[in-house]
Design a protein around this ligand. Structure first.
Ligand SMILES: Nc1nc2c(ncn2[C@@H]2O[C@H](COP(=O)(O)OP(=O)(O)OP(=O)(O)O)[C@@H](O)[C@H]2O)c(=O)[nH]1
Ligand SMILES: [Mg+2]
Length: 489
């Protein structure tokens, strides 16, 4: 029997679509760039500044394709994934450039495609058709990476590990309420929505307190408790580990059965889709860290950041036999760890910030026992909110930074209104990073800190001189060269 017209059409469509997939890979080369970091690390500002500089032909001397004049045109294009929210570039630019305010916090994943038309650097390449590269930039919360270990755990293992962590001396204070409630809860009692909610709320409050204290990515699962995206209040997020579990299969209708079901739903409907649909498709990755905040937090905060970096790098560099290793069909071949907000320092300290961050990354890589190949470190400012100057005081010349403190900032008793500019001496970072890593306290000195003032985004008229304006930055071009330069040859 010959196929009916409808089914014939369907088949034709499928065949056409397959062809389209292959063809788009061949003729429209693309690269997926993941941008992550804990909340407030600077993801939104980084992506906005990157795109703004590319679209407006910004000063990017270390981005080779731009410097040599090979970039012919740059445009935003429709992103390939219809179900992922678009990165709201225009709104963020309006805030940064139009109003000189920092963009609002973003709470979930988003994506944007930017396409570069370029001329090949080689004579051979130029003989062929002009080059085209689409960059799909994916912004996702670092908090979500913490869920990876859950995929290999069942509810009993999850509960046991959570309990063990909650009893650690550093965490016990934060976990007190949740532990007390969990200990009073009988897992075989009938399932009750209010009990589940109270436990989930206490557990979330405990995780949040740890995160605020440690700045860590590690051991804070479930990540969506901290960064729920659009799932806030849903049953898949209303569960908690339990203590004193009933061994074996819990009775139907019991609290434990309910919690187990929700834990499995969280894994199936939240964690797996994120790793399958987003994480495993990335080609390159930048991880933004607020290293200055850790430096000001002292050796413990630095150690926490180092641990966090190890955990994150372990998900990008999984062991060959690990669960994730088997899940990854392609590999993220370049990872850039970027210490953000370097404009809080005078340029003499930029390399030092980089050296301190590099030391943390080296130690982290060593701890997880992986190779550091393909991993680089940079200190950058996506948006440079300050300018440099020197002031003379008592015959000495002091390197200072000049900017407009945001309304409400107070420096040496003076209140700022968001309009007035000021010069600040931020302090220097030491040339030798050792002082931050002296875990035995042999030097006994408190390592140097820096003064961090929150400045407004820059006044573009000051920097652009009336020509095409693009957001000023520090080393954004070097980051770009590392992340995509090799794809534009
Ligand atoms: N001076 C300066 N401040 C920055 C820079 N990048 C980020 N910031 C500051 O850091 C804050 C957070 O930046 P975002 O880009 O919103 O951070 P995020 O990682 O997207 O944060 P969430 O959306 O909350 O996850 C901003 O509001 C700024 O105050 C920078 O390059 N220079
Ligand atoms: Mg954001």
């Amino acid at each position: 029997m010959s196929p009916s017209p409808t089914s014939f059409t369907d088949e034709a469509w499928i065949a056409l679509e397959n062809l389209g997939d292959k063809a788009s890979g061949l003729f429209n080369p693309s690269i997926r760039l993941g941008v992550t970091g804990l909340s407030r690390a600077g993801k939104t500002v980084f992506i906005t500044a990157l795109i703004h500089n590319l679209l407006n032909g910004g000063r990017l001397p270390l981005f080779e394709a731009q410097r040599s004049g090979r970039i012919r045109s740059v445009a935003l294009e429709e992103q390939p994934d219809d179900a992922v929210p678009r990165f709201q570039y225009e709104d963020h630019v309006k805030a940064l450039v139009g109003k000189r305010i920092w963009p609002d916090s973003t709470r979930a994943i988003s994506e944007l495609r930017i396409t570069l038309h370029y001329q090949s650097a080689s004579g051979w390449g130029r003989l062929l058709s002009p080059g085209k590269l689409s960059i799909d930039i994916v912004d996702y919360p670092g908090e979500w990476l913490m869920d990876l270990p859950l995929l290999t755990q069942d509810f009993a293992a999850f509960s046991e590990q959570a309990q063990k962590l909650a009893r650690q001396p550093r965490r016990a204070g934060f976990a007190r309420d949740w532990l007390a409630r969990a200990e009073q809860t009988a897992p075989d009692a009938p399932a009750d929505e209010m009990t589940a909610r109270d436990l989930a709320q206490d557990f979330t409050a405990y995780l949040r307190a740890c995160k605020d204290d440690e700045q860590a990515f590690s051991s804070l699962a479930p990540g969506r408790f901290l960064m729920p995206g659009d799932l806030d209040g849903s049953p898949a997020l209303t569960f908690s580990p339990l203590v004193k579990l009933v061994a074996g299969r819990p009775a139907k209708g019991s609290l434990q059965a309910m919690m187990e079901r929700r834990f499995e739903a969280y894994k199936a409907h939240v964690v797996k889709p994120f790793f399958r649909d987003h994480f495993t498709r990335l080609d390159r990755q930048i991880v933004l860290v607020d290293a200055l905040q850790a430096i000001n937090g002292g050796p413990e905060a630095i150690e926490d950041l180092e641990t966090a970096l190890g955990d994150v790098l372990a998900s990008f560099r999984p062991g060959a036999n690990s669960f994730l290793g088997s899940l990854l069909t392609r590999r993220i071949d370049k990872v850039l760890i970027a210490a953000t907000k370097a404009d809080h320092l005078h340029h003499e300290s930029h390399d030092r910030l980089e050296a301190i961050t590099r030391r943390m990354v080296d130690r982290a890589v060593k701890r997880i026992g992986r190779s550091g190949a393909g991993i680089d470190v940079i200190a950058l400012a996506s948006v440079r909110a300050t300018r440099e100057a020197t002031v003379s005081r008592d015959g000495d010349r002091l390197p200072v930074i000049v900017g407009t403190p945001i309304a409400g900032e107070k420096i040496a008793g003076e209140h700022f209104d968001g309009e007035k500019k000021t010069a600040v001496f931020p302090g220097d970072l030491p040339s030798n990073p050792d002082v931050y890593f002296d875990r035995d306290g042999a030097s006994c000195k408190t390592p140097p800190q820096v003064n961090i003032i929150r400045f407004r985004p820059p006044d573009m008229e000051d920097t652009g001189g009336g020509i095409t304006l693009s957001l000023p930055h520090i080393r954004l071009d070097r980051a770009l060269q590392f992340l995509i330069g090799d794809r534009l040859t």
